[in-house]
Write a protein that binds this ligand. Sequence first.
Ligand code: FPP
Ligand code: K
Ligand code: ZN
Length: 456
Amino acid sequence: MGETSTEKVTSKQIHIPDYDTLVKMLTISYDSFSNKDDFTLGEKLTSTIEKKIETEIDIQEIYETILNKGSDNFPILQRNKHLMYVHGFLSNPLHPPFAKLDASQSWICYWLMNSAILLNSKLTNIEILNSSEKLLSFYNEINNEIGGFGGGNGLFKFQNPHLAASYASIMALALTGNEETWSKIDRNSIKNWLLKMKNSNGSFLMLNNGESDTRAVYCALCISSILNIIDDELKLNVIDWLIKCQTYEGGFSGEPGDEAHGGYTFCALASLFILMKPEEIVKSNLNLDSLIKWTVDRQYSLEGGFSGRSNKLVDGCYSHWIGGTVALLEILINYKLNLNQEKEYQPLIDRERLQNYILCCCQDKFGLRDKPGCKSDFYHTNYVLCGLSMCQHFQFYDQELADSKGNSAFAYVPVEISRTDVVDVKEANRVHALDAIFGLPYSYAVKMFDYFNSVT
Ligand code: FPP
Ligand code: K
Ligand code: ZN
């Protein structure tokens, strides 16, 4: 590589303020609740602000080291290492310390299979058959009467049906592409269970006597649309309840009155996308301007990655929760502006910097992670890869597809970004396109929906 690319890495990709500016930037927003008048800059730091400064310094050092090495040494996606991690854990029994994740077995299945496919690998036949059988056992053997999936069936024999576990199980079953297993899903009992989980105000319970939040709504809507059992009864009052979760900051909280957070914001906006077409969303009571403002504020200029809420630390998993929100907001903006081609698409965030954060800071030796100093885990491996995919694609709404499917949730089509003014994607770093709504590689959700659409 020649001099031009070295210069590109130095000046365009990484912007690093000096330490004093950094401390000033961080402390200026600090609000002293106890005695506002006594407050002087830099004097009182909360432990969060301290950790945030430490993180910024660590990341600054990492970027400086990389810059000093020159662009030929710029980190690339360690695909094979991450695949060893993912397939290794998929095809071997989990070690005893994982027993505490017994109720998250469907999640583990989903995170690992999703990661493998995002990394452009195929699932082996054994992985497909083993996971199909295991996932079905969370449903059939235990919860047949009740209707949803538990998180596992190992230690405690009976696990309560749970909306998050059910979402993970059904998304993982979508990834198997295994129609024979799909045919064994008892959609009627799932529909009845979802109706039992529904509150009259439009929200959903995560489980019987459990909490209600935008996650539960998102899980219920993903499950019911992919199984093609969504109807007016399930949808009643949901939009109104979701809109109540938008906060004064612009992002969404888990329930009305709580704090705006990336995880809940993605769940809320993706839910609105399942319930409405883009033209309906822009006309709804959603405050689009404040949501856009809050969302783009999540990207930090030094780190390049996102935080999940105001004044908190960068974390790789928000590359999906915030990144996914960005992708959906871009759909709305570009739809409104009638920009239908990649060359004219208006991006909302700096993809180059997010990709840098992912490649430089989120790669552990095997698997991906929250931030430097953290170990990789299944959750972060999946959501960091989802975020990397967002960096590399734009999403387009296809009205004709919406009409032909009879459901606009299946009408969002990802397109690879080829514009280096938006993001420079090296072939070694390319990952699979992501479905904007379901958290699955494209087009696994559409295929499962088509199957249940054809058997109805
Ligand atoms: C704060 O953790 C995070 C939460 C309270 C929950 C976030 C919600 C999600 C990630 C969405 C899950 C979605 C589904 C579909 C189940 P923290 O305080 O440790 O992190 P923070 O400092 O970054 O806010
Ligand atoms: K976090
Ligand atoms: Zn995280």
